[in-house]
Design a protein around this ligand. Structure first.
Ligand code: BGC
Length: 758
């Protein structure tokens, strides 16, 4: 855990007097733009550059930091030469920092306070990848609204979330932080999150500003290795990576964060075409762009900038408005303007964007409006926990359920709960846990014990997963030698009718800087699973993890597998709800699960290739040692009931320009319990000016059906749905033949065709 709070307190607290003082800027002018201009006109060049600097509030770092010491930061705050701080936590601490700035500086421009509120502030929700598995946009919005309220109760008014990087590589540790491999689903989640954080009105003191990050391409790091180069072509960039960012911009996200990686050799932070030309130009987005932590200065090791001053020049020309802990703007911007190397107009443009967000947040009216010490007492934490449990159970994905092992029958009298994560109260909190307390989650064991049912539960850890100290920044040491607990686990398994094995990944196996070349069950977990399976075949594997894992042996040998991700505060209760059938699982995978790590990057919306298949010999696109395709595909998830898809019909086989078609499909609950199904719609443009993926998600609908009930689900097929970035370098629908596919996952689909004419 980062130790921000304590360190912050010692820096910020106790420095200043307590007289409240509002901004000296008079808000007499109605229009925000006029206000922004009037403030800008009052500012010196030094003050303008100051607005473009963001300091870390503590000296505990997430990466290489600027060389500025505490005293110097404090001096700069007092002179009004800081635009924002991050990681300043608590109303007391943010208020002190704000006072330091407002009561001493000449210009009196309020600070904004940023923090990584990624999946909850105190009440922790499922990690974003897990929450996306719910395919429930209302849930995604609600957890963001709650996170915003809990953040603001601690003085934080800006989150560096949502992370909307498409990731197709399970090796990448940050895959847990996004919405997976699909552009459409990620775009929908992005908008839900932004609406949840920002509400309808950014100046409402119960909302916070959101950040669309990381712009752009960060999730496609080569080899899944964090911070690595990204080499994608323009079509992939426009069709796969950028749409969620466009959706975020259109939804009015207050800020963007650029990214550490290069794209085709150009660091994203220094990319004018992405930031100034596309985002600020073509998309006409009005917010400001914050750099990633030190990413401006990182253009030096990239081999793109000679020194910090050069890095500042490149970044400001490219359109990066605020330097997060990089020290480049502070080292270089004033000098660059004075030497005539950059136009002051560029600085003005950046500052106007920052001021605009501050005005919209209402900070000029009241710089202390997000620092309401009483708000904490109004936060309904108990209600938030209930919502956390509800969202957690919706995020669970049932991968396998042979012999109807699940839900657990009341006739089962003795259950052994085994595994290193069974009694773990910390891993469910996941990485990027904000102020989620260490060891504060309900464990699986506790969740089962909290529930009234007849079975007797025994528990054995079996093996430890990690060992030694665990922290946000340090590598996790995996236990590879201590097998001493295995005999006890085997004995308990032998003595039980049913075994629940809780295996997977530690919270600190995924997240930033946590890429892995191996994505199987780390340490001695597979050995434990095999030993237990020798004495008892009735195993439910509860898989707790932040990334798709390689679980081929388990998929072949274990009858029931439940993917529970890292579900947050209420984890164990939500898992018990599903295992005992109080909630019928409805989650669907937002990422493909591979058969082997060597298949990565693996994603359903792949290209067909010129050699998709060949029955006679090896010369087609495949691996000779493994079946093509995933172990579990994108969109997959079982239920305790079954769903039957009837014939798909289309209102016409011809779609003309500006027109629309209606696709209908009857879906029946063919089992004997009530259940929810995510009906998914995919499209394939058969011949186009640029090769198109074999299928792409274009819509989904959640339907709840009683046993035997049928509902007809409709999708409107519009021209908009057919558009892509093709040879014309515009978003356009091209005439020709299209395939539509409907079903409960990306592989089991029913198909219809139509023609689009222009
Ligand atoms: C991460 C960002 C995060 C920032 C601030 C960086 O290392 O890449 O996603 O917002 O740190 O903590």
């Amino acid at each position: 855990m980062r130790k921000y709070f304590l360190i912050i307190s010692s820096f910020i607290l106790g420095t200043l007097g307590s007289t409240a003082q509002n901004s000296g800027i008079q808000s007499t002018v109605k229009d925000v733009e006029t206000k922004v201009d009037s403030v800008l006109n009052l500012m010196t060049l030094e003050e303008k550059v100051g607005q473009m600097i963001q300091y870390n509030g503590s000296w505990d770092l997430t990466g290489p930091a600027s060389e500025v010491g505490n005293k110097e930061k404090e001096d700069r705050l007092k002179k009004g030469l800081v635009g924002s701080m991050l990681n300043v936590l608590s109303v007391e601490a943010t208020e002190k920092a704000q006072r330091m700035n407002m009561e001493n500086s000449r210009i009196k421009i309020p600070l904004i306070f940023g923090y990584d509120v990624i999946h909850g502030y105190k009440t922790i929700f499922p990690v974003p990848l897990g929450e996306t598995a719910s395919w429930d946009l209302e849930a995604a919005q609600e957890s963001a609204r709650i996170a915003a309220l809990e953040s603001v109760a601690q003085g934080v008014n800006w989150t560096f979330s949502p992370m909307i990087d498409i990731s197709r590589d399970a090796r990448w540790g940050r895959i847990m932080e996004g919405s997976g491999e699909d552009t459409y689903l990620t775009s929908k989640i992005a908008v839900a999150k932004i609406n949840g954080y920002q509400g309808d009105d950014l100046s409402d003191p119960k909302t916070i500003a959101a950040t669309a990050k990381h712009f752009a391409g960060y999730g496609l790091a080569e080899g899944g290795r964090d911070y690595n180069a990204v080499n994608i072509g323009k079509y992939e960039l426009h069709n796969v990576v950028l749409p969620p960012f466009k959706a975020a911009a259109d939804a009015g996200v207050a800020t963007f964060m650029n990214s550490f990686n290069t794209i085709d050799g150009i660091p994203a932070t220094g990319s004018k075409s992405l930031q100034r030309d596309l985002l600020k130009g073509k998309w006409d987005w009005q917010g400001f762009i914050v750099s990633d932590w030190g990413s401006i200065s990182e253009m030096i090791p990239h081999g793109f900038a000679r020194d910090k001053i050069h890095a500042a020049e490149i970044a400001v020309i490219a359109g990066s408005d605020m330097d997060m802990e990089g020290g480049a703007y502070e080292a270089g911007l004033e000098q660059l303007v004075k030497e005539g190397k950059i136009d002051e107009g560029l600085i003005n443009e950046a500052v106007k964007r920052i001021l605009r967000v501050k005005f919209k947040m209402g900070l000029f009216e009241d710089p202390y409006k997000y620092m309401n010490a009483n708000l904490e007492n109004e936060v309904p934490y108990d209600e938030h926990r209930k919502t956390a449990r509800d969202i957690a159970k919706k995020s669970i994905v049932l991968l396998k359920n042979e012999n109807d092992l699940l839900p657990i029958k009341s006739s089962v009298k003795k259950i052994a709960v085994i595994g290193p994560l069974a009694d773990d109260k910390d891993t469910p909190i996941g990485n990027w846990r904000a102020q989620g307390e260490t060891n504060s989650a309900v464990s699986v064991l506790e969740g089962l014990k909290n529930t009234e049912f007849n079975s007797k539960i025994t528990y054995a850890k079996g093996v430890a997963l990690g060992q030694g100290e665990r922290s946000f920044l340090m590598p996790l040491e995996i236990n590879k030698t201590d097998r001493s607990g295995i005999p006890d686990a085997v004995a308990k398994a032998k003595d039980a009718e049913l075994v629940i094995m809780v295996l997977g990944e530690d919270a600190f196996q995924s997240g930033e800087g946590r890429s892995q070349a191996n994505i199987g069950l780390a340490g001695l977990q597979l050995e434990l699973l095999k030993e237990v399976q020798k004495v008892n075949k009735n195993i439910v594997l509860v898989l707790m993890n932040g990334r798709p894992m390689e679980i081929t042996w388990a998929a072949e040998n274990i009858p029931a597998i439940v993917e529970v991700w890292q579900l947050g505060t209420e984890s164990g209760n939500a898992i018990a709800d599903v295992l005992l059938g109080k909630y019928n699982p409805s989650g669907k995978l937002p990422v493909s699960f591979p058969r082997a790590v060597g298949q990565e990057p693996l994603y359903y919306n792949r290209m067909n290739t010129g050699r998709p298949a060949n029955d006679l010999h090896v010369t087609y696109s495949h691996y000779t040692d493994i079946t093509n395709g995933p172990l579990y595909p994108f969109g997959f998830g079982l239920s305790y009931t079954t769903f039957n898809y009837g014939d798909v019909s289309l209102s016409s086989e011809e779609l003309s320009e500006g027109g629309s078609l209606t696709l209908s499909v009857p879906v029946t609950n063919s089992g004997d319990v009530k259940g929810k199904e995510v009906v998914q719609l995919y499209l394939h443009d058969l011949v186009a000016s640029v090769a198109r993926p074999i299928k792409e998600l274009k819509g989904f609908k959640m339907v709840e059906l009683a046993p035997g009930e049928t509902k007809t689900i409709e999708f409107i097929i519009s021209e908009e749905m057919l558009k892509f970035y093709g040879a014309s370098e515009k978003w356009e629908a091209e005439p020709g033949e299209f395939k539509l596919m409907v079903g409960g996952n990306s592989e089991e689909l029913k198909t219809v065709k139509f023609n689009y004419n222009k």
